[in-house]
Ligand binder design. Structure first.
Ligand code: ADP
Length: 626
């Protein structure tokens, strides 16, 4: 009962202090992991939406930068050669336009300019009469001639639309006008439709006289439109209008410059490269703006099934490009996809990690519990043995003490008349005193053996065993007892031994045999107790064998424990303390010898002590105790 409740208490404490907190903490951690994963998944669309917006904003900023830079260009550089502001010298000095020679800003394909007027009726889809297409550094490319022809056609389309669809009016409204004051000569030379350089040069003197006069050119902001041209090619065109209003006082200028008086309207602008705008630029910015789990899906890319495409961005809507609706407005749409598979994989690996740790904890807790139970069991056993010992020692002390006291009192009170009886009582007193002595000696011996360390030395085993013979074979009164037979090999190699320990072992084992396997008296064929020294399987051994009842198999491993006795107080007949074999085991240990208990063929027990040989000390494995 005590054992059971102690074990239960240990288990409950273990459960409350270790297992329960582990399970609770583990459960909380597991719940936290699952919650985190759910909230990460829930945040995906929002995060991707933000990322998509950031990307769109970044694209828009770059496009605006390009447009604003182009807006700052003076309108008169939209001619292959132009007349820069400054004083007119003797000669007409025209300089090549940067738009014709490059460099071309990123995203810009080419510049264009044409003159228009409300009165002018250009046949539909025909290039305007005065048209400039400037390709910057692209003009050096092989494909330029072809591209230029395409652009000329597109500009013709644009000119046609401007007239019929009133886009220009809208453009004026959308982006405010800016005034560009110019000297009259710069305005006149740069707006002259005259291609004939000689005409300009010849009529230059007429302008010199007007050098102090200025005109205001009205320049609108760039207006961007997206459309598919007649051939279905996507076009992004930024255009502005330059207006020099009619001026009556300039009507009488030479013919080369006379359009300045009647007013000039120029449409100029540039082509934005759709490949750059809808592919290269977003892809490049996506690398900076999106995080690793987010992926840029460009316009026209096929949908990938394993990604959640969460946000769709319409740059044309966002940038407020002019379109005619329909397909045009949807062009360039891109997506931001989120790779939730990575999140799932991360979650799974976290779970596996958690399960690994949990499995390790389960193993450690189980091991801990087993060790705890074993240790509790061992402690309880040891407590039980100590209890047994106290009971046995008390019993062992009481019996001889009671006898001594009884015989002593009888002798003292003179109750014993006959001399023989008196002698008999004296003998009994001496015998009981001897029993007391043995008990005390064993208890002392045990405590000495556990506290003292005597080193074994090399010696002849048979010689030391033989030295015990007289004390074992003679009783106190000198009578020879013949229940023990010695068979000692006198040719044994030296072994590591402690002489006192050898003698004590032999005495203990022989006394045990006498106690538990006594040789029947008066039976001539009865086999005496054997004390043998010999070589067995190359080892030097000491054996004490008897023909007694033997030791039950399940008890064999315990009989060497301190205070352990086979059976219970009620079933035991022989008196003892449970210390004899324990002392044998301790002494064997001190000599680095191994003690075993074996069943004997034909009945009985063999106690075998295997010693370490001196001649093969290095090879001998350290003996264990059985
Ligand atoms: P004790 O003799 O004081 O009881 P021991 O340690 O000497 O204690 O022996 C332990 C137990 O081993 C004994 O209780 C006994 O039952 C058993 N035992 C020892 N020697 C023999 C033997 N030769 N034959 C049978 N049983 C034995």
């Amino acid at each position: 009962m005590v054992q059971l409740s102690t074990k239960n208490t240990a288990l409950v404490l273990y459960g409350v202090l270790l297992v329960l907190p582990t399970i609770v903490l583990g459960g909380l951690h597991w719940r936290q992991l699952a919650q985190d994963h759910r909230s990460r998944l829930a945040a995906v669309p929002g995060d991707a939406g933000d990322a998509g917006r950031r990307l769109s904003d970044a694209i828009q900023r770059r496009v605006l930068e390009l447009i604003e830079r182009e807006e700052r260009r003076p309108f008169y550089v939209y001619k292959r050669t132009y007349f820069p502001p400054g004083m007119i010298g003797a000669e007409l000095a025209l300089v090549p336009s940067p738009l014709a020679t490059g460099p071309t800003p990123e995203g810009c394909r080419a510049w264009f300019q044409f003159a228009t007027s409300d009165s002018e009726i250009t046949p539909p889809a025909q290039p305007p009469a005065v048209l400039e297409i400037l390709g910057g550094e692209h003009e050096g490319l092989d494909a330029w001639a072809e591209e230029r022809a395409d652009l000329v056609r597109t500009v013709a389309e644009l000119a046609e639309r401007d007239r019929t669809e009133v886009w220009l009016m809208r453009a004026v409204r959308v982006r405010s006008l800016r005034l560009e004051p110019l000297t009259l000569s710069v305005a006149a030379i740069n707006t002259s439709p005259e291609k004939d350089f000689a005409c300009l040069r010849d009529e230059l003197p007429a302008l010199r006289g007007l050098q102090g006069r200025y005109v205001d050119a009205q320049v609108t902001g760039m207006h961007v439109r997206f459309f598919f041209d007649a051939e279905g090619t996507p076009r992004v065109v930024a255009s502005r209008m330059v207006i020099i209003p009619p001026n009556e006082s300039l009507r009488d200028l030479p013919a080369c410059f006379d359009n300045l008086g009647s007013g000039v309207t120029l449409i100029q602008g540039f082509f934005i490269d759709p490949q750059w705008l809808f592919h290269d630029l977003p892809a490049g910015l996506a690398r900076q703006v999106l995080d690793v789990a987010q992926e840029f899906v460009p316009f026209g890319a096929s949908e990938t099934s394993d990604l959640d495409q969460v946000i769709v961005s319409h740059p044309i809507h966002q940038f407020v490009f002019e379109t005619r609706g329909g397909d045009e407005a949807e062009y360039g749409t891109f997506r931001v996809a989120v790779n939730t598979r990575d999140l799932e994989l991360r979650f799974r690996s976290q779970m596996l990690h958690f399960l690994g740790v949990a499995a390790m904890l389960v193993i450690s807790l189980t091991t801990g519990m087993v060790l705890l139970l074993r240790s509790v069991h061992r402690d309880l056993e040891s407590a039980k043995r100590t209890e047994n010992f106290v009971a046995a020692v008390t019993h062992e002390l009481r019996t001889p003490l009671a006898s001594i006291r009884l015989y002593g009192e009888m002798l003292q009170d003179g109750w014993v008349d006959s001399v023989e009886k008196r002698e008999e009582y004296y003998r009994r007193i001496v015998r009981e005193t001897g029993r007391l002595e043995t008990l005390v000696e064993r208890v002392l011996e045990k405590s000495q053996l556990t506290s003292n360390e005597v080193r074994p030395e090399l010696g002849d085993l048979s010689q030391h065993v033989d030295s015990v013979r007289p004390s074992l074979c003679h009783t106190a009164v000198g009578k020879i007892v013949e229940d023990v037979r010695f068979e000692l090999d006198t040719d044994l190699p030296d072994v590591f031994l402690i002489p006192d320990a050898v003698r004590s072992i032999v005495t203990n084992l022989v006394e045990n045999a006498r106690k538990y396997a006594p040789v029947p008296i008066g039976v001539p064929e009865a086999e005496p107790i054997g004390v043998v020294t010999r070589i067995y399987q190359n080892h030097v051994v000491l054996e004490v064998k008897d023909r007694g009842p033997g030791i039950p198999r399940e008890e064999k491993h315990r009989i060497f424990d301190a205070f352990y006795r086979v059976g219970t107080e009620s079933t035991r007949t022989a008196k003892g303390t449970g210390l004899g074999l324990h002392l044998v085991a301790l002494q064997a240990l001190a000599m680095q010898a191994r003690v075993q208990v074996l069943d004997r063929k034909g009945g009985g027990t063999i106690f075998r002590v295997t010693f370490r040989r001196g001649d093969r000390a290095a090879e001998d494995t350290p003996p264990e105790h059985a």
